[in-house]
Design a protein around this ligand. Structure first.
Ligand SMILES: C[S@@+](CC[C@H](N)C(=O)[O-])C[C@H]1O[C@@H](n2cnc3c(N)ncnc32)[C@H](O)[C@@H]1O
Length: 194
């Protein structure tokens, strides 16, 4: 397991680009979603602030104390939106969210935890709620190098959510991306069925 707290304390946060995910920003601009949203593994919180500025009741949760403190310090007007917590231990938020926005949380977890992630997100969404994910299909690691990020090839993404509990409602390779990530991500939206 990665020691996320140490990463933030030591300033080793190469994933943090200082702006929200371009594919998520484009999706939100197109559909103007409303309601309550959660960003798991929100880091410094750029995605949460983008959702709040688009009018959502947006919240972020992160397991690293320093990430949450830095999110609050970076976005003081939105400080109350950032919560310290473990995605896998949020019973107080069961069936609370209309949307979960995934961006570099799943790919940061060991692949052995992927089913746990699916169960956790399913529990957090209201029935009919949407999981809007920018899935890191190809992190383009050097030969022999391992994650995080741990890539999620499309067949694995298919398999991960292959159940009567989810329906794919949108799926494409985003046109916009952080520099260097073009063509390596996939935006897929899934609806929680029950
Ligand atoms: C690769 S970083 C991505 C952060 C942010 N999404 C971004 O793109 O800037 C992964 C984040 O997930 C958080 N994280 C890891 N495991 C978690 C868990 N079980 N619950 C909540 N957050 C977690 C880490 O602390 C870290 O901030």
């Amino acid at each position: 397991m990665t020691d996320w707290e140490s990463c933030y304390v030591e300033g080793h946060t190469p994933w943090d680009k200082g702006i929200p995910s371009p594919p998520l920003t484009a999706w939100v601009g197109k559909y103007r979603p409303e309601g309550k949203a959660l960003v798991p593994g929100c880091g410094i919180g750029h995605d949460v602030v983008m959702l709040a500025q688009a009018g959502m009741d947006a919240h972020g949760v992160d397991i690293a104390t320093t990430a949450v403190q830095r999110a609050q310090a970076t976005h003081p007007d939105h400080a109350a939106r950032f919560h310290l917590g473990d995605l896998f231990a949020l019973p107080q938020w069961r069936a609370s969210f209309d949307y979960v926005f995934e961006h570099t949380c799943l790919c940061a977890l060991p692949p052995s935890m992927r089913q746990d992630y699916v169960r956790a997100v399913h529990a957090l969404l209201k029935p009919g709620g949407l999981l809007v994910g920018v899935w890191f299909i190809n992190p383009d690691m050097e030969p022999g190098e391992s994650g995080p990020p741990f890539g999620l090839p499309v067949p694995e993404l298919d398999q991960l959510f292959f159940s009567s509990e989810w329906t794919v409602i949108e799926d494409y390779v985003p046109e916009s991306a952080y520099e260097g990530r073009a063509g390596r991500e996939r935006l897929r939206v899934l609806r929680k069925q029950s």
